[in-house]
Design a protein around this ligand. Structure first.
Ligand code: LLP
Length: 418
């Protein structure tokens, strides 16, 4: 059976467990994840890359909960981190340091030092200034930093402007025209070892074409840079593969990998080490956020279904006007009258909605699942309106365990001074 399915009496299930029972036991809002869904998403990438010198580095920012990182680490996954905090999380979860890559435009010297001392596999460097800083830090520690130059291939990933990162005018990557100079600089610095080149073109990409375009451009650059005398080694194609929130049809990870490898082979680069950094594609559709209906507010023009989860728990609708499927945990009786609602949270902002114009047959006290909540929800959750953050549960078969306790009021006040 699919990970999320309905029992014969209409109860929404995750693997072998009823979500309504989990919500009753642990309270709402509650994030519930399927271990099988995460493992099968990872194995699609591993299958697509099988037999190659390749590494899947999970982008920790998508969901950085310890239990999820450790199950991925145990399945052989590496990690793409963007901060000292994510470095600490990955190491605590049992990551092999050499399988960690460190991305981001604003690494501090302190973060660089921690990552160097941990012995990470590679720094994905995004500017010449960062190369110089990293060289200093490495020299001061008596270590050599492996670096990969992240270039901006200037391709359009055709996704939301806030999550598109491979176009010329955004802050990410080294401009195409500066890449050779950056590589020559890196090669000349004694604290650095040039390990490769890479890119990341955006997120929630639902077609293979932008990846293939980016790969062609990165290979053109790589060939030019190597011809100019700087051997480059590995290629990192970043993350960004999308998932189905509604009716999107992104390529399957294994199919995408096959296309990329075929292109690498065709251009004579099939022997190079390949790194990918998926985040959302590994965890996004493995989790739901469960929430309880507090009040119904029917109106002439608009009706509101007010629930106990909000933009601080599931921030993507407020931030990107993102669509998340919403369904009752217990299917309504045949013929029950429904109404079209905006599903909103208790936060004092008009932007605090989880879904718009949803047909639902619900009563106060009923519970709903917000789907596709495994990525960029808990990791982006906040305490806005002084709302304690939700609990998280990981399910495997008919077993469920709490992997993050619900925050308490004491947690909220911790560290504050009068
Ligand atoms: N590698 C790098 C360098 C990245 O910047 C990102 C995501 C990834 C990998 C992973 O991308 P993914 O495979 O998850 O698409 N908060 C937004 C998404 C921001 C993505 C930022 N970078 C959202 O909720 O849609």
């Amino acid at each position: 059976a699919p990970v999320f399915h309905r029992s014969e009496n209409g109860a929404l299930m995750i693997e072998d467990l009823g979500l309504d029972e989990l919500a009753q036991e642990h309270g709402t809002p509650l994030f519930v994840y399927s271990q099988a869904a995460i493992e099968s998403a990872l194995s699609a990438w591993q299958r697509g890359l099988a037999g190659r010198d390749a590494l899947v580095c999970y982008a920790v920012k998508a969901n950085s909960s310890q239990a999820i990182l450790s199950l991925l680490a145990q399945a052989g996954c590496g990690f793409d981190i963007v901060s000292g905090g994510e470095l600490a999380r990955a190491l605590a979860a049992g990551a092999e340091p050499e399988k960690i890559v460190f991305s981001g435009v604003g690494k501090t010297r302190r973060e660089m030092q921690a990552a160097l001392e941990a012995g990470i596999g590679c720094f994905n460097v995004e500017s010449e200034a960062e190369l110089l800083a990293l060289n200093d830090v490495a020299a001061a520690c008596g270590l050599t930093a492996p670096v990969s130059i992240r270039v901006n291939p200037d391709v359009d990933a055709r996704t939301h402007p806030y999550i598109s990162t491979g176009l010329r005018d955004n802050k990410f990557g080294i401009a195409h025209d500066h890449a050779l100079a950056a590589c020559q600089l890196a090669a000349s610095l004694p604290g650095l070892r040039v390990a490769g080149i890479g890119c990341h073109i955006g997120s929630q990409i639902t077609e293979a074409a932008p990846y293939l375009d980016a790969l062609e451009r990165v290979l053109d650059l790589l060939e030019a840079i190597e011809a100019a005398g700087v051997p480059l080694g590995q290629i990192d194609l970043g993350g960004g593969l999308g998932i189905a929130y509604a009716d999107e049809t992104p390529p399957a990870a294994d199919a995408l990998c096959q296309l990329l490898l075929a292109r690498l082979d065709a251009r004579g680069h099939g022997q190079r080490r390949l790194i990918v950094e998926p985040g959302r594609a590994l965890v996004g559709n493995a989790g739901v956020c469960l929430t309880e209906v507090l009040y119904l507010k029917p109106g002439e023009d608009k009706s509101f279904c007010i629930v106990d989860a909000a933009m601080n728990d599931v921030p993507r609708p407020a931030l990107y006007e993102a669509f998340h499927r919403i369904e009752p945990l217990q299917a309504a009786a045949e013929g029950a009258p429904g109404r079209v609602y905006d599903v909103v949270g208790p936060v004092c902002e008009s932007g605090d909605w989880l879904g718009r114009r949803r047909l639902l047959a619900v009563q106060p006290g009923d519970r709903l699942a917000v789907f596709s909540a495994g990525a960029y929800c808990m990791s982006m959750a906040s305490n806005y309106n002084s709302r304690p953050r939700a609990a998280e549960v990981l399910v495997s078969g008919d077993m469920a365990r709490v992997i993050r306790q619900r925050e308490t009021i004491e947690d909220l006040l911790r560290g504050e001074l009068p």
